[in-house]
Design a protein around this ligand. Sequence first.
Ligand code: SF4
Length: 432
Amino acid sequence: MAKKMHPTPILDKLESGPWPSFVTGLKRLAEDKDYVVDLLGTLESSYRNKKGYWKGGTVGVYGYGGGVIPRFTELKNDDGTPVFPDAAELHTLRIQPPPGMHYTTDVLRKMCDIWERHGTGLIAFHGQSGDIMFQGAKTEGVQAAFDELNELGFDLGGAGPAVRTSMSCVGAARCEQSCFDEARAHRQVINTFTDDIHRPALPYKFKFKFSGCANDCMNSIQRSDMAVIGTWRDNMRSDEGLARKWFAKHGMNELVNNVVTRCPTKAIMLKEVKELRSDAHLTTVKVSDTHALEIDNKDCVRCMHCINVMTGALAHGTDTGATILIGGKRTLKIGDLMGTVIVPFLPLKTDEDFENLVELGRKAIDFFAENALEHERTGEMIERIGLVNFLDGIGIEADPHMVASPRTNPYVRMDGWDDEVAKINARKQANA
Ligand code: SF4
């Protein structure tokens, strides 16, 4: 039985309404924890005075330079003692999630037990950084909790100017759109840079994120310095049985308005069956006895829309891998940046392929460590020094896929075009 609750009239209001309230959860934990009783007192003071009362400091675990977010109360009496002494410290442990965020219930229960023993019992799955946030421990509880979590197979996440905790989507385990083994890529990359996670020594943070397809469930294009996004380079696959089933259920309006017209590059055409062409770069699938879809794979930009709508009837190809983008972040000091493509297609199937991915990450981090200014993210560094210099630094040839933004000027210089056309024709003749 914990000590008597402090009055919390403002927090109580957050329990009204139809949604579950974190205040109710905290009150439940407060039933047998003085720590949480005082935490609620601190929180009520913050709501009343519209002021946060936590300041940072230095708390860590042996052998690590980051991963614990220290918080000490600033809510003091005139004699300097804390107003809520049982919640005078509220440190957070960042713990790295497993790839794809797959847990067993047994592990989740053990995590809850550990945190109730050494901290408040309050856990967030997952914070903005991707970590499991074990919120609220006193200094003496931090090492003890970490030791037990480490015993369970988990490690601290990154904090400060370091390689940060990474995230990967649920992936091949549960999603048919997955184009590579995200869990393997995540694990292999992060295990390689463990030292850079635990000992912050970079100009600023560096994040990896892994999404199995262009749906990009990890938002990696906006939220990581190096985004690995699954894609394919052969033809899209199709299944006539499922396509007919889909069409019988959804009909022509849906097919036209939600599939064909929404293709951003007009790669899909609705055709009468008798007009269907056959060509190596076309994917065709009948949706009925009279109508069919014809997809020109040369024009498809692998946006995933048609596959999302007609999953199974349409599917990604089998020659799969990932597109690598660098420098995304929302929001930077220079504004929002989406990642820039630096490798349009990296196969990710063999051991060697995964080693190539790790090697690319290593080159990007080494270049970033040597060339970025303090507090400058990769995207900002590339804006400052130019993409060409970055590519040169990590040994990658420039490619038209790397254009940062589509051209807006309709005037095109045409001198030299005749020579280019002659070259293309010569190549075609040689290949004929
Ligand atoms: Fe068009 Fe390709 Fe996107 Fe399908 S995946 S909507 S064909 S660009």
